[in-house]
Structure formats: structure tokens, C-alpha cells
Design a protein around this ligand. Structure first.
Ligand SMILES: C[S@@+](CC[C@H](N)C(=O)[O-])C[C@H]1O[C@@H](n2cnc3c(N)ncnc32)[C@H](O)[C@@H]1O
Length: 402
């Protein structure tokens, strides 16, 4: 049966109900906006039932290399970002990365006393967003075709900047165009992963402090702020991803050999739960680790464990490496247990080192939001920073687990 536009209101209600049940919509303003804005107006050609699923991206644009450069984001990510941003009636907002729907949601929340600007680097996306906003009745949104690395000074200052594209850094223009008590919600890329971070000015200092962070991924930023991560191929199907500013080097032939040796497994006795929190800890609390990635073929052939499918931190020590795995274990709270698998001549030692880190996380940080994330714009005084930090183009990102 083909669904008609008349069915959209019921589908919207179901979408909102699901997002509430999942704890992703927590405020009435976001619920009302998502119940009101016709998402299908920004998704021409997409079937109505797909449009109102909570985890489906729409109208993807693919470049010549087969990579996605634009989508209308999944509604669960949009709900998370809107809640993170704490958008209020009357505010002036900048959305970076357009699609139409999300800007309409923001316009619905800020109301006629507020103002919304959305900016995209891609002329096709701008045309589609403009048409979608018009169809849905949100012509008041300013739609700007530009590289958002430089913000949109014409409509600044903004109470909130919601970045809907994977950013590697926080360019000075965004901070210059933010009100003193403003907030930036940004999918920030570091150490080979992305976290959706809500950053606020910190009174009496130039630094920004995260009020919360969540898991989420986005298409990467293009233009002047584009990142260039390093991918080191161990085999044609298995690789190590490093941040663009990493200076780690590897003995690739030795690691390739290690991959073909029998693996050693070890188990931590701790629950496998909140893997995104554990991942953040492993990447920022100890020795620098690359992210291990593998093609489906390597997983199907059993070369690497299936937990590598979406990438996992790997502890590499010379000719040996280890990464975390999981197994069912009804005796843990989550019903699963975290373990490690290690390949190479030092597999016992390197596996034990990683297991110790996993146990340390489970013992001290087994909860959401345990990391303290700050950003220090240039000229940053990082002399007093404790814990992990990484130097980006426009400042330093720091993550403290103390
Ligand atoms: C995930 S989509 C945005 C989704 C949108 N906010 C929505 O309503 O669902 C990310 C967008 O960011 C855009 N983009 C990438 N780099 C950009 C840049 N430097 N400046 C502005 N837009 C950029 C892409 O063209 C793409 O359309």
C-alpha cells in the first residue's frame, strides 16, 4: 500500500512517540516542532514511510568517488542536537549544513520573534532546502550558499550555532559570531571518532566547556575546514585510521604478519555496556591508539572480529596489537562481557595491558558523561592542562578523566 500525504500526520506522531520512548526527545518544544513540520517536504522522491522512520537518512548526495556529501539527517540525530542546543523562543540561530527540515524545526521553536539562518557549501542542497522550506511554509529562514568555515556574519550574533556536518575544528568565525552566553552544538572529529558536543563559553576564560556529549556521525566538512585523516593499510581489507595531526608510525609488515598468527583472547569480567564511552576512554586516557577498521570481507573471513565493523581502538605495541571484543555473559549487568583479542609475538602482554585499561574504565567511569571536554581557542595557554589534549588548527581540544 502506498501511503498518502494525508497519512503524514499520523506517521509524525508515531515518530515523535518513538523518539520520546528512546529518551531522545525530552522537551515539549522539540516534540511540538517535530509533530508540526512536514519532514516529507524536504525529502522529494522518498517514500513517506521511510521519511518518518527515526534512523533513516534521506536524499543522499554522492560524489564522484562514491562518498556521501549530503543527506537530510536521521530524525533521531536531529532530536539529539535540538535537545543539546536547548533552543528557546526568540533566539537567533545559525544551522551549518542545510537540508530544509532541521532549519524548519528550529524556526518552529524560535517562533516569529526569533530568526534562523542555514548555510551550505553545495548549491544543489541550497536549492533543495529553499524549495522544501517554501513548500512547508518557512520562507522566513535565511538560506545562504557559502563555506561555513567563515560563519555567516550578516545575521550574527547567534545564540546557538548547530553544526550538522562533521567538523574537525572550531573556526574563529563561529566563536566571533556567537553571543557571550551562546552555545555551539558540533559533531567534532578527533582521534578518528566523532562526538556530538554541546560547548558553552566558560565565564572569565576564553575556553569552551562541554555541557554534554553524545555519539553520532555526520558527513565530513568540505571547503577550508576539511580534515584529511590518515588511513594506513595493513592489508587491502584491514587498516588503521589516524587523526590528521597524529605522528604515530607503525611497523606495517610486522602487523600484517601478526594478523595471520593465532589470536589470544582474554576476558575482563566487566560488563560490555556503553561501548562509545569505553571507546572515548581508550582513545584519550592512555597511550595513543589508532582506530582499527576492516572491510566486510575481512570480517566474514574471520581475519578480524566483527566488532571491528564500525572501527575500534587498537593498542599497538611494535609487532603486536590488541582490541576489544564482547561475548554473552548472563552474569554481568548488561548480559555481555568485554574482552580483548591480541595478535602477535607479545599478545599476552599487550592483551593484558588493554584489559587493565578496560577494567580501569569499568571501575571508575562506568557511566555516561564521565569525560570532561574543553576546547581552548588560539592563542591557547595549555600549560595547565591535565590529561589528554590534541592541537588543532584553531585551538586545543582537551579531555580529562581525573
Ligand atoms: C548532514 S547534511 C545537513 C543536514 C541538514 N542540516 C538537515 O536538515 O538534515 C551536511 C551538509 O553540510 C554541507 N557542508 C559540508 N561542508 C560544508 C561547509 N564547509 N560549509 C557549509 N556546508 C557544508 C554539505 O553540503 C551537506 O549538505
Amino acid at each position: 500500500m502506498t501511503l498518502q500525504v494525508d497519512d503524514a500526520a499520523a506517521l509524525r506522531q508515531a515518530m515523535v512517540a518513538t523518539l520520546r520512548e528512546e529518551g531522545l526527545i525530552t522537551t515539549e518544544d522539540v516534540a511540538t516542532a517535530m509533530n508540526t513540520v512536514p519532514r516529507h517536504d524536504s525529502a522529494p522522491g522518498e517514500p513517506l514511510d521511510r521519511v518518518y522512520q527515526t534512523n533513516t537518512t534521506l536524499v543522499p548526495k554522492i560524489d564522484a568517488q562514491g562518498r556521501q556529501t549530503s543527506v537530510v539527517s536521521a530524525s533521531h540525530i536531529q532530536a539529539i542536537q535540538l535537545e543539546q542546543a536547548d533552543v528557546q523562543p526568540g533566539m537567533n540561530l545559525l544551522e551549518i549544513g542545510s537540508g530544509g527540515y532541521n532549519a524548519a524545526l528550529i524556526a518552529e521553536i524560535v517562533g516569529r520573534t526569533g530568526s534562523v539562518t542555514t548555510v551550505d557549501i553545495d548549491a544543489d542542497v541550497i536549492a533543495r532546502a529553499r524549495a522544501g522550506l517554501q513548500r512547508a511554509g518557512y520562507e522566513q529562514v535565511y538560506v545562504v550558499h557559502a563555506d561555513a568555515e567563515h560563519g555567516v556574519p550578516d545575521h550574527a550574533p547567534y545564540d546557538r550555532i548547530i553544526v550538522t556536518v562533521g567538523a574537525w575544528d572550531i573556526p574563529p568565525a563561529w566563536l566571533d559570531q556567537l553571543t557571550p552566553d551562546g552555545r555551539i552544538v558540533v559533531p567534532l572529529r578527533f582521534a578518528g571518532i566523532t562526538r556530538l558536543i554541546a560547548l558553552d563559553h566558560t565565564p572569565d576564560t576564553p575556553m569552551l566547556t562541554a555541557s554534554n556529549y553524545r555519539l553520532g556521525s555526520f558527513v565530513p566538512m568540505q571547503g577550508d575546514g576539511a580534515a584529511h585523516e590518515q588511513l594506513i593499510a595493513v592489508t587491502p581489507d584491514v587498516g588503521l585510521r589516524l587523526d590528521q595531526n597524529s605522528e604515530l608510525t607503525f611497523n606495517v609488515p610486522a602487523l600484517r604478519k601478526a594478523l595471520n598468527t593465532k589470536a589470544v583472547e582474554g576476558w575482563s569480567g566487566t560488563p560490555f555496556d556503553m561501548p562509545d564511552e569505553l571507546e572515548l576512554y581508550l582513545l584519550t586516557a592512555g597511550p595513543e591508539m589508532p582506530m582499527l577498521h576492516a572491510a566486510q570481507a575481512a570480517i566474514e573471513q574471520g581475519v578480524v572480529n566483527r566488532t571491528v565493523r564500525t572501527g575500534t581502538p587498537a593498542l599497538v605495541r611494535g609487532d603486536t596489537f590488541a582490541y576489544r571484543i564482547k561475548r554473552e555473559n548472563p552474569e554481568t549487568i548488561s548480559g555481555f562481557e568485554t574482552g580483548v583479542i591480541a595478535h602477535g609475538p607479545q599478545a599476552e602482554q599487550v592483551g593484558a595491558e588493554l584489559l587493565n585499561m578496560i577494567r580501569a574504565w569499568a571501575g571508575r567511569y562506568y557511566r555516561r558523561g564521565a569525560a570532561r571536554i574543553t576546547y581552548h581557542p588560539n592563542p591557547a595557554d595549555t600549560s595547565g592542562l591535565i590529561g589528554w589534549h590534541t592541537t588543532k588548527r584553531h585551538g586545543d581540544l582537551a579531555i580529562d578523566w581525573s
